[in-house]
Design a protein around this ligand. Sequence first.
Ligand code: ZN
Ligand code: ZN
Length: 372
Amino acid sequence: MNSTIYNIPKTIFLIGLPLASMIGVPLYVYQNGVVWQEPAMLLIGWFFAGLGITVGYHRLFAHRSFKAKPLTEWFIMFISTAALQNKIVNWCSDHRRHHRMLDTKQDPYSITEGFFHAHIGWIMKKTPTIIEGVEDLQKKSCVKFQSRFYWPLAISLCFLLPVVIGSLYGRPLGGFLWGGILRVTLVHHFTYFINSLCHYAGTKPYDVNTTARDSWYMALLTFGEGYHNFHHKFQWDYRNGIRWYDFDPSKWFIKTLSYFRLTYDLKKVQESRILKARFDCLSEQVTSILNERSSITYKKYLTRLDEANAKVKSYMKSWRELEKEASKINVLESIPGKINQINSLRLQYKIKMNGAINSLSVILVSLKDNLV
Ligand SMILES: [Zn+2]
Ligand SMILES: [Zn+2]
């Protein structure tokens, strides 16, 4: 281990934690068996701390994609502290820089430095602590409280609490291993996968010029954060999985809290912008393939591409005007029949945009498969 590059105590802790989980838990189970309280403590703790990171650190504090009542913010601060992923200010400063400087040397967990670096290496390495661009968060009472009492709070929630719960049913060591060591390890690594695997495996439907990728299977493991290409394109949207059936428990949690007015101002990107991003992404890929080919057949496709671009430009212009009109109607009194008319026009534009996206997809697949 190179002590000039790596922070030795941090490295020992981050390697020791999964090792202790892999050796300590099976050994304990072999000698003492399993009681239901221990897997239950693991799953409940994982659920709250994991959501604390995705809903709290990520979508609330780092991206401000929705607002929360002070009571909700304090609750989220407590559960997210149980994830043991440093203070809100440090985490959000790093994460905002990750978005700003994506895939450059200044990106703290850039995948361009390798999978290990993006996953955990960046935490182990000796790097100066830079806290910047989080002045908005530093004013919040729960953030100030967490910054002041972070370590006693984190150690109590991560390790002492499971020992206390374990003592209540006569197995403090079992509580410590299942609810502390193993639980923290899993929350750590499934968060780290967002920085490593979500920039490594999956598709790029919204932005082809980034390492961030969408994958439903990563969403299953990361409380919905697997739709990472969408997230990097529209980071202020409180959702990562935008279709109602996309597995995104963080989105569902935020939405559910909004019914009780515990969260509000949930930000959503307009559907027209999402469809436009998908079209542009395909258009860019088709253009780059066509630019490499020069036969007459490809020129024909270039013409079709230009026509599609012109059509989409006109749909988007009309759709923007429609939304402008719709926003005025919401402010004033609703005019009978007008809302229905606007919704029907919205649907028409959506169908037209989807048609343009589908035809470009066909061209792209044909070009990739060398069918034209
Ligand atoms: Zn990312
Ligand atoms: Zn983000």
